[in-house]
Design a protein around this ligand. Structure first.
Ligand code: BES
Ligand code: MN
Ligand code: ZN
Length: 498
């Protein structure tokens, strides 16, 4: 799908489908007004029929509208004027995309960015429109033998504006959005792949492919490297599995060498059975998504490299499976982490923090400017924040504020949770420096507190994406979050605002 942005007169657009926006009632936007004039009021007349519901994202398809060069016109509801916010804009963009998908149009011209969305500029609207359209058109059908015919044949999408010329920032936003969508697609596909295919080795292979395609630095540490380094916690998690563990280190250098890197650490448990602390059977298949943090790191790096962003980013992905078995770690085992601290593994299902603590200690050696880890870490985070906000924890408030702002901007939002010392006592162990679980209260906080013990020398933030990385039920599938947030964060740290 090819995107472009252009200044155009709506009535002259020769296109399979012209998308024109309407606010509440019969409130036509600028482009819709111009088209209505050329069509001698045909649009207003159609609206008067009352077939376009008020809800943002509703659509009404018209064919053979006189006076317009377009084959079809799709009237799109933006939502009422006083409620026109980021959420409504995204609803509208998704609504338009859903209608275009059903229609099977080959090309479309959308006039949806004429109205500013709550103080946000054209670049923001361009990014959001593209991400929403790509989200709707994403497909994962590589494992179906009977593929649906490619009704989704929308090949060219023009985001059109009236009056003003297209700014350089809007052009840059387009390139950024397309690359971000590519990265999000990668994260989604890695997440959706079944756990027999998306193994630690597969993640390493995908990282190698990215390295080749975008000329990135890559290193994959094998089990014996981990043993030599002393990654006792990561090794404890992989013990029960027949899949070899991998620690992937992927480097994108888009800025001066002197600039310290932003390090992204992604939890890469390709399947989480819980290990000897076995999970109950219901919905266990969803634990294939337990590598979503890893997927988002690879996706974000793909996006940043794809747009040649002026940033230095290193992805660190500890990847393994958490399986039961005769060689598996037992509850009560004590291991020595890469940091030298010892951990009593009281629950083998709290494995994410075990692989992350060694990966974070490894990240420290890369002399980062800041480290952000991304992990489907706790069910407790889903209880706290549901499927809307990602949980944010940080030992540096400036970094936390940057992440919150980037999430708001990308509409990939986070909510900050406490990381207070008061919670640390819950991790007390009688037999080691700490336990790997802190009991039922504040489960997502104690998980973050555990990680905090390995990041004392770093500017560090932790994103718990347990509730936001995938959807369950009929629409089961990876969301690709928080790739949009991570991309925006890296760009904003490099000084890009628009
Ligand atoms: N991968 C899970 C967290 C998870 C569970 C994410 C359900 C999304 C949905 C993680 O490894 C885990 O099992 N965490 C345990 C920790 C507990 C044993 C302290 C949990 O949340 O139950
Ligand atoms: Mn687990
Ligand atoms: Zn897990």
């Amino acid at each position: 799908m090819q995107f472009s942005i252009r200044t155009q007169s709506p009535e002259k657009c020769k296109t399979g489908c012209l998308v024109l926006a309407v606010q509440g009632g019969e409130n036509l936007t600028r482009a819709a007004l111009a088209a209505d004039k050329a069509a001698r009021g045909a649009l207003r007349q159609a609206l008067a029929g009352g077939d376009l519901p008020e809800k943002a994202g509703s659509t009404l398809l018209l064919r053979g509208v006189p006076g317009l060069a377009a084959e079809r016109v799709l009237l799109l509801r933006l939502g009422e004027r006083d409620k026109y916010d980021a959420a409504a804009f995204r609803e509208a963009a998704r609504g338009a995309a859903t209608a275009l998908k059903a229609l099977g149009a080959k090309d479309a011209v959308l006039f949806v960015t004429d109205l500013a969305v709550g103080g946000r500029g054209l670049p923001w609207a361009v990014r959001q429109a593209i991400l929403c359209i790509r989200e709707v058109f994403y497909r994962f059908d590589q494992l179906k033998t009977q593929k649906k015919p490619a009704a989704a044949a929308l090949a060219a999408v023009t985001l059109a504006i009236t009056g003003a010329p297209v700014t350089l920032q809007a052009q840059a936003a387009l390139r950024e959005a397309v690359a971000t969508a590519d990265g999000t697609d990668l994260a989604r596909t890695l997440g959706n792949l079944p756990p027999n295919l998306c193994t630690p080795s597969h993640l390493a292979d995908e990282a190698k492919k990215l390295a080749q395609q975008y000329k990135l630095g890559i290193e994959v540490l094998e089990r014996r490297d981990m043993e030599k380094l002393g990654m006792g916690a990561l090794l404890a998690v992989t013990r029960g599995s027949h899949q070899p563990p991998k620690l992937i280190v992927l480097r994108y250098a888009g800025a001066a060498k002197s600039r310290k890197p932003l390090v992204l650490v992604g939890k890469g448990i390709t399947f989480d059975t819980g290990g000897i602390s076995l999970k109950p059977g219901a919905e266990m298949d969803e634990m294939k998504f337990d590598m979503s943090g890893a997927g988002s790191v690879l996706g974000a790096i793909r996006a940043l490299a794809g747009m040649r962003a002026p940033v230095n980013v290193i992805g660190v992905v500890p990847a393994c499976e958490n399986m039961p078995g005769g060689a598996a770690t037992r509850p009560g085992d004590v291991v020595t982490t890469l940091s030298g601290q010892t951990v009593e593994i009281l629950n083998t299902d709290a494995e994410g923090r075990l692989i992350l603590c060694d990966a974070l200690s490894y990240a420290e050696r890369l002399e980062p400017e800041a480290v952000v880890d991304i992990a489907t870490l706790t069910g407790a985070c889903v209880i706290a924040l549901g499927h809307v906000a990602t949980g944010l924890f940080a030992n540096d408030q400036r970094l936390a504020d940057q992440i919150r702002a980037a999430g708001e901007d990308a509409w990939d939002r986070v909510w900050q949770m406490p990381l207070w010392e008061d919670y640390q006592e819950q991790l007390r162990s009688n037999f080691a420096d700490m336990a790997n679980i802190g009991g039922r209260p504040a489960g997502s906080v104690t998980a973050a507190c555990y990680l905090a013990r390995f990041t004392r020398k770093l500017k560090w933030a932790h994103l718990d994406i347990a509730g936001t990385a995938w959807r369950s039920g009929r629409e089961k599938g990876s969301t690709g979050r928080p790739v949009p947030l991570l991309v925006r964060l890296a760009l904003r740290r490099a000084g890009r605002r628009a």
